[in-house]
Each structure stands twice: as structure tokens, then as C-alpha cells.
Design a protein around this ligand. Structure first.
Ligand code: DC
Length: 227
């Protein structure tokens, strides 16, 4: 299917595999937009927390999702900056508590359907790289290129520690590793759109690759499609 602005490129995988950094870099090279869809689940988690909704209450979480207005503004670095009800939530979405709650609220099928629709609207004209857990399987099963990134939990915890330390933040390796494993387990065993590679996804293990090697590997797959 030809889309007005180019391809839809899906990058799925576990937390901490470099999906965002790789996706953003590749999008910049292609002149595409880049959307990190975990941001929508994180924003829902943030609202659930702010409104003191129980993350296990399926109906209340759905109602919260339905009331949220998402808008996206393309930045010079390709990122689609997300606003919720006109507000940029920024760094608030990156707290570990928000990530854990995001993983919880994202187990609800009805709330997922609401956010999935927002993602489809953002990407339907193509010219976009979308990063998440179910882009190639559910959001855009017809994506032209599908990549699935993975790495060992230990390597991902190491990367997170380095990232936090480089920003001058405290980092506890064991706690980070446990949090990664907890999230992986919930994301991959939930009934609604569990994290798994699409059958036609190209799987890349990034454990022993640096960022430029992963970017190269992804660009190679995109070029294969284009030629
Ligand atoms: O990629 P992230 O860490 O920002 O994602 C936060 C949570 O959102 C993740 O634990 C699972 C959920 N998520 C999802 O279920 N589907 C997506 N497409 C993206 C994220």
C-alpha cells in the first residue's frame, strides 16, 4: 500500500534495547517522524496516578484514556513531541514508578484500543518510525518494515545504570535489573497484545552491538525493502 509520506517502520522490543535512540537516529537520516508509543501509556499512567485511579480498575482506566486529547508536534530531531490536553509532560513520564504503572495500565485491552487508535492516526500517512511493543503485530500489522530488538536483561540493566550515572543520578544495578525483569514478564505474558515479534519481523539481538551497528542493521533492512 502506498502511503502519502513514505513507509511505516515498526520497531518493537523489550525495554532498554535502544529502540528509541535507534529509531530517532534512523528517522533523522530518512527525514521521517519518530514516535515513541510508550509515551502514550506513560501519559495514561501519569493521569491515572494524578487522578488517584486504581491501575487495576479496567473501567476507570478506560474512562481516563478516553478523556485524554493527544497532539503531536514534529521536532527538528524527528521526534513527535507529545502533548496531553495541551500540556507537555516531559521528564515526569520517565520516572520508574510511571513506567511500572504504564506496564500495569497497558494490560487492559479496552484502554489499549483507545491508544492504538491515536497511534494509527499519527502514522497513517507513513513517513514514520514508531517504536513500542505491538506496533508490528497490532498497531500497524501492514507496516512495510518491522524490526524487533532484544538484548539480555543484564545488558539492558547495565545500559540503564550508565545512562543514569552519566546524568549524575543514583543507580542501583540489582534494583534496575529486577524492575526490567518484572516489566518484561508483565509485558510479554499479558493477554492483550503481548510483547512478541511479528512473524515477519527482522530480529536483531543488540547485546553485543553498539548503537551505530544497530542503526546500520536497521538501515540495511529498510534499504532492502526500498530496492
Ligand atoms: O517503551 P516504554 O518503556 O516507554 O513503555 C512503557 C510501558 O508501556 C511498557 O512497559 C509497556 C507499555 N507499552 C505497550 O504496552 N505497548 C506499546 N506499544 C508501548 C508501550
Amino acid at each position: 500500500m502506498a502511503r502519502a509520506k513514505g513507509l511505516v517502520i515498526a520497531i518493537d522490543g523489550t525495554a532498554g534495547t535502544g529502540k528509541s535512540s535507534v529509531g530517532r537516529a534512523v528517522a533523522e537520516k530518512l527525514g521521517y517522524g519518530f514516535l515513541s508509543t510508550g509515551g502514550l501509556y506513560r501519559a495514561l499512567a501519569y493521569q491515572v496516578f494524578a487522578k488517584q485511579v486504581d491501575p487495576a480498575d479496567e473501567k476507570a482506566v478506560l474512562e481516563t484514556a478516553q478523556k485524554m486529547q493527544f497532539t503531536f508536534e514534529r521536532q527538528p530531531d524527528a521526534t513527535l513531541k507529545m502533548f496531553v490536553d495541551g500540556e507537555y509532560l516531559g521528564g515526569k513520564l520517565h520516572l520508574d514508578e510511571v513506567a511500572q504503572t504504564a506496564s500495569k495500565v497497558s494490560t487492559h485491552a479496552a484502554a489499549r484500543a483507545v491508544l492504538t487508535e491515536k497511534m494509527r492516526q499519527a502514522g497513517r500517512d507513513g513517513g514514520i518510525i514508531m517504536e513500542g511493543r505491538d506496533i508490528g503485530t497490532v498497531v500497524f500489522p501492514d507496516a512495510e518494515v518491522k524490526i524487533y530488538l532484544d538484548a539480555t536483561a543484564e545488558e539492558r540493566a547495565n545500559r540503564r545504570v550508565k545512562q543514569l550515572v552519566s546524568k549524575g543520578n543514583p543507580a542501583d544495578y540489582e534494583q534496575i535489573l529486577a524492575s526490567i525483569k518484572e516489566r518484561d514478564l508483565r509485558d510479554s505474558t499479558r493477554a492483550a497484545s503481548p510483547l512478541k515479534p511479528a512473524e515477519d519481523a527482522v530480529k536483531i539481538d543488540t547485546s553485543n552491538l553498539n548503537m551505530s551497528e544497530v542503526i546500520e542493521a536497521v538501515l540495511k533492512e529498510i534499504n532492502k525493502y526500498a530496492s
